[in-house]
Design a protein around this ligand. Structure first.
Ligand SMILES: CC(=O)N[C@H]1[C@@H](OP(=O)(O)OP(=O)(O)OC[C@H]2O[C@@H](n3ccc(=O)[nH]c3=O)[C@H](O)[C@@H]2O)O[C@H](CO)[C@@H](O)[C@@H]1O
Ligand SMILES: C=C(OP(=O)(O)O)C(=O)O
Length: 426
């Protein structure tokens, strides 16, 4: 199992490049199910979840070529025949986003069998809202032996009000509605840039969608969608992680190839912490030399402060003067990094959904364990300023969503190396 070895102390200097967004790429790959034609996706990140999605689609009969035409970040997908519309447990268990194939599969083939996603380190993660939405569109859903089965002749347009804002729920049902008969109106939708990115791809495939990026989305169903070429948005969470890397190390870092408008909530907080931020059209320069000040955060749906940046921000808070209150409103168990940060010398206490960080505390190297994707990123950030050499175990969590993180960080002066297998290869 791979480990990272990180020696802290270097300020990060120079330019670091942002990859395509994993959380846009996954629904866009699932959207290819909706057509028998070829779909070409550009700016697909080379991360493990994308390989898992490739396996998932291929197991159903799709042709999927990652690195198509010798372009590392281009993917070609053709779902001409979906001979086995089943998302098997062996694949689903490793990637929560597998539930994104439920809507497009049932819309295209009239039947979908998807293994129920299991429990997870950050919370329960039910998919009841996906199920309710498909039922409202006329699908019959049964659950047996750990699998959900959805069946329909053709989905019908409906008015769906989400009880709770859900990102992949909005995406899953949006895909389903594109091939439904008549109009579907969704209310209380997720407004995340990943939803807007997916909608742009669906429109390029011939879907009729209005309002993506707002709380109300209207879809006029069509009988068929066609192939398309689509470029995936930059990854705002990777970009945000780099902004914090620049800030925590007292560096001067240019985060290049990002979409600054998607990072407003984080930028605002970093400025409150005393970090200097200069925003360009597709890049952000982050500088921090002086003392950091504490600033509270409370995670919210977009455009609020993202839960996917909470763990990384907490690493920064350990280096800020004063008390930072971190409130996690999206997932009930997303504080797994706290114990490991405390092992490195942080002073963090948790009560329910609130963590209190007393700063500033010097951090020391330790052997630490990655528990989930963003918790791992938080530990890397802490290790970049810790005294000595930190060893991070289970970096496979990080490989799910960060492309060549160690190489990118090394390119701007970090002392970080990988030990062990890379994706199973020596
Ligand atoms: C692949 C992907 O895009 N993952 C992102 C997506 O996850 P994901 O789409 O799984 O997260 P959701 O937005 O669905 O979850 C938000 C909240 O709604 C609840 N809920 C969700 C669905 C449902 O059917 N019932 C229900 O109760 C969840 O338990 C959670 O408390 O959005 C999260 C919130 O921004 C991010 O942290 C994840 O990185
Ligand atoms: C939680 C995340 O991903 P997933 O929803 O795939 O678990 C994430 O990207 O931070």
């Amino acid at each position: 199992m791979d480990k990272f070895v990180v020696r802290g102390g270097n300020p990060l200097l120079g330019t670091i490049k942002v990859s395509g967004a994993k959380n846009s790429a996954l629904p866009c790959m699932a959207a290819a199910i909706l057509t028998e034609d070829e779909v070409i996706l550009e700016n697909i990140p080379q991360v493990r979840d994308i390989e898992t999605e490739r396996k998932l689609l291929a197991s159903m009969g799709a042709e999927v070529e990652l690195g198509y035409g010798r372009a590392q970040h281009r993917t070609r997908i053709r779902c001409a025949v979906l001979s086995d519309p089943v998302a098997k447990y062996e694949i689903v268990k490793t990637m929560r986003a597998s539930s994104l194939v439920l809507g497009p599969l049932v819309a295209r083939t009239g039947i979908a069998r998807v293994a129920m996603p299991g429990g997870c380190a950050i919370g329960g993660r039910p998919i009841d809202l996906h199920i309710k939405g498909l039922e409202a569109m006329g699908a019959t859903i049964t659950q047996e032996h750990g699998y959900l089965e959805a069946r329909t002749n053709r989905l019908k347009g409906a008015r769906i009000v989400f009880d709770k804002i859900t990102v992949t729920g909005t995406e899953d049902l949006l895909m389903a509605a594109t091939l439904a008969e008549g109009e579907t109106i969704f209310e209380n939708c997720a407004r995340e840039p990943e939803v807007t990115d997916l909608a742009a791809m669906l429109v390029a495939m011939g879907a009729k969608i209005e309002g993506a990026g707002t709380s109300t989305i209207r879809v006029q169903g069509v009988s068929k969608l066609h192939g398309a070429r689509h470029r995936i948005n930059p990854d705002r969470i990777e970009a945000g992680t780099f902004l914090i890397a620049g800030a925590i190390t007292g560096g001067d870092l240019n985060v290049d190839g990002c979409e600054p408008a998607h990072l407003s909530a984080l930028i605002y907080k970093l400025e409150q912490c005393g970090v200097r931020i200069d925003v360009g059209t597709d890049h952000i320069r982050v500088r921090s030399g002086g003392d950091l000040k504490a600033a509270d955060i409370s995670t919210e749906e977009y455009p609020g402060f993202p839960t996917d940046m909470q763990a990384q921000y907490m690493a920064l808070a350990t280096q800020a003067e004063g008390t930072t209150i971190v409130t996690e409103n999206i997932f009930e168990n997303r504080f797994m990094h706290v114990q490991e940060l405390n092992r490195m010398g942080a002073n963090i206490t948790v009560q329910g959904r609130t963590a209190t960080v007393q700063g500033k505390t010097p951090l020391q190297s330790a052997a630490v364990m990655c528990s989930d994707l963003r918790a791992s990123a938080s530990l890397v950030l802490a290790a970049l300023v810790a005294d000595g050499e930190t060893i991070l175990d289970r970096v496979y969590h990080m490989d799910r969503g960060y492309e060549r993180l160690e190489e990118k960080l090394r390119g701007v002066g970090a002392q970080i190396r990988r030990m062990g297998d890379v994706f199973g290869k020596k």
